[in-house]
Design a protein around this ligand. Structure first.
Ligand code: NAP
Length: 278
């Protein structure tokens, strides 16, 4: 085919492209650029609501097949799966308490059975129990450690064994670790653990082209904060340089970036996403 023929065909393809495709950077590149998640699978722990649900939906839009995990809110998690499928994506639902190593194994088994393996692990499930040292109960402390620290360990151990070469492992830390206010000592400790886990695991997986990072959100409008009452949110938008509370999609976008080719050179880092607060 002559150069003139090639140009004419390219022009005709461009002329036939929809405005949406053209907006993505032109028909030629849209036709040749696969979605970042095409042929790949992601496990997102705690994805029935909040940041996890937004991440599951976003990764599915980016082409990943997604394993949606929940602890108790089956209906919410099932809605995430249904929304993904309605949009043409692939997803499965798997209940698992991340604090239970056998359940976490079963979570990854279910993903592997459905999708043939895992490329992205988002270690997101977490709880926030707060209280001054003088008043925090053993029960509140132990449950948070079991979920946020042992749970993360369980998830990262499976991730270390199963993530395919070229994959991504992302854990949810928190911007609170920079300057934790009173009553958040135990929670902040569990979130600092995510930073340490990620930097060590990144080194352990060296040579396999798997990046391991932590994402540290500021205050994000989810049940995790709202359960503590309006008081927990008061003043945050005013103190935030970007002038508002974070939304789950703000964090899902950062996670999606790390999972894309554009995020491929970020490894062993903590990415703070907080509108400038902290
Ligand atoms: N929101 C914030 O301001 C903020 C800021 C910094 C960091 N983070 C971190 O971001 C992550 C997500 O927070 P979020 O605000 O989206 O929380 P959220 O709205 O409360 O959602 C928590 C999710 O985790 C799941 N979950 C809780 N315990 C679990 C367990 N033992 N096993 C499996 N799943 C469990 C919940 O499942 P069920 O629905 O079934 O209970 C739910 O899907 C957490 O690690 C949190 O520490 C949040």
């Amino acid at each position: 085919m002559s150069n003139a023929d090639t140009s004419r065909r390219t022009f005709m393809t461009l002329a036939a492209a929809t405005p949406a495709v053209l907006a993505m950077g032109g028909a030629a590149s849209a036709q040749t650029t696969a979605l970042p998640g095409a042929g790949r699978a992601a496990v997102v722990t705690g994805s029935s609501r909040g940041i996890g649900a937004a991440t599951a939906r976003r990764l599915a839009r980016d082409g990943f097949a997604v394993t949606v995990n929940y602890l108790t809110n089956r209906d919410l998690a099932a809605r995430v799966v249904a929304d993904i499928e309605a949009a043409g994506g692939r997803a499965i639902l798997q209940q698992a308490d991340v604090a239970d190593p056998a359940a976490v194994k079963a979570l990854f088994d279910a993903n592997d059975q459905a999708f043939g393996g895992v490329d992205v692990v988002v270690n997101n499930a977490g709880i926030m129990n707060v209280g001054p040292f003088a008043q925090m109960t053993d029960e509140a402390f132990d449950r948070m450690m079991a979920t946020n620290v042992k749970g993360s360990f369980n998830v990262l151990r499976e991730a270390a064994q199963r993530t395919r070469d070229g994959g991504r492992i992302i854990s949810l830390a928190s911007s609170i670790i920079k300057t934790p206010p009173p009553a958040t000592g135990a929670y902040a400790a569990t979130k600092s653990a995510q930073v340490l886990f990620s930097s060590v695991l990144a080194k352990e997986l060296a040579g396999r082209n798997i990046s391991v990072n932590a994402v540290a959100p500021g205050a994000v409008d989810t049940q995790l904060l709202r359960q503590h009452g309006e008081e927990a949110l008061r003043g945050i938008p005013e103190q935030t340089p970007l002038g508002r509370l974070g939304l789950p999609d703000d964090i899902a976008g950062v996670i999606a970036l790390l999972c894309s080719q554009d995020g491929a050179w970020v490894d062993a880092q903590t990415v703070f996403a907080n509108g400038g607060l902290g």
